[in-house]
Design a protein around this ligand. Structure first.
Ligand SMILES: NC(=O)c1ccc[n+]([C@@H]2O[C@H](COP(=O)([O-])OP(=O)(O)OC[C@H]3O[C@@H](n4cnc5c(N)ncnc54)[C@H](O)[C@@H]3O)[C@@H](O)[C@H]2O)c1
Length: 250
């Protein structure tokens, strides 16, 4: 008898790192592609299904509890209980912290931190009932280094690491592992939109600070998530794994 195929929810799965992770996980798991860009999530799921994957696209705003609960119910209706969650949905932010307005702070912190909290809270009952599960939270090197003109973003990413450790300890007895991944600069639509017209010059300057001398690819982060979700990471919980071309080595 073949083992039960497990299910992962990937937020922010219509684009960038989330999409690469959904693609990679689809080789072994049912994948729920959840995104505020509902048509994008649907199209991405359709593309995966065309390649033989078991996937569904669902619209969600991770900052809204009702929307998160509805997304999780939609996932269960298709695949049954959820085994794994990648809290990846995110937005960029730049601008002097002294001038940062409150609404922008709330947008950034809520998308990352409240989003991860709401999605974890919605998925954990399934994992507890099954006696195990795995969550990966999307952090960043900026959680560790801080970020000039990215005060809200870096604070949100540091909070993702803290939430990771708290959840890891809180649910360790239930067999649920919770880890974080911290990418350096990854070539995604989010990064390109944040940089804007100056892309070529910015990229040349940015990779000077990366010892590997290049940006990362989305699938290089997806591979880390696959490892942390999977059984090969069975003794790892509460950790931040930086994948940054050697930029942060302390
Ligand atoms: N690209 C990088 O260099 C980099 C580095 C470190 C960390 N990250 C983090 O990786 C994650 C993914 O970023 P990416 O670079 O792939 O960006 P991306 O813009 O390509 O993808 C982000 C996705 O999140 C979705 N999203 C935004 N707000 C949402 C909400 N409220 N509810 C549901 N979905 C929402 C977007 O629609 C988009 O599809 C983010 O958390 C980002 O902070 C990115």
């Amino acid at each position: 008898m073949s083992p039960v195929r497990r299910t992962i929810v990937v937020t922010g799965a219509a684009s960038g790192i989330g999409l690469a992770t959904a693609r990679r996980m689809a080789a072994t798991m049912n994948v729920v592609l959840a995104d505020i860009d509902a048509p994008g999530a649907g199209a991405a799921a359709d593309a995966l299904k065309a390649g033989g994957a078991v996937a569904v696209g669902v619209g969600v705003d991770v900052t809204d509890r009702a929307s998160v609960l509805a997304m999780m119910e939609a996932a269960r209706a298709v695949f049954g209980p959820v085994h794994a969650l990648f809290n990846n949905a995110g937005v960029s932010q730049s601008g002097a912290t002294a001038d940062l307005d409150e609404a922008e702070w709330d947008r950034v912190v809520n998308t990352h931190v409240k989003g991860a909290f709401l999605c974890a809270q919605a998925a954990l009952p399934d994992m507890i009932a099954q006696g195990g599960g795995a969550i990966v939270n999307m952090a960043s090197i900026y959680a560790v280094t801080g970020m000039v003109d990215g005060g809200a973003y870096a604070a949100a990413k540091a909070a993702m690491v803290s939430l990771t450790k708290s959840l890891a300890l809180e649910f360790i007895a239930q067999g649920i592992r919770v880890n974080a991944v911290g990418p350096g600069p990854i070539d995604t639509p989010l990064l390109r939109a944040a940089v804007g017209d100056e892309w070529a010059g910015w990229k040349a300057r940015r990779i000077e600070r990366v010892p590997m001398g290049r940006l990362g690819a989305p699938d290089e982060i997806a591979a880390v998530v696959e490892f942390l979700i999977g059984d090969k990471a069975s003794y790892i919980t509460g950790q931040l794994l930086l994948a940054d071309g050697g930029q942060v080595t302390w």
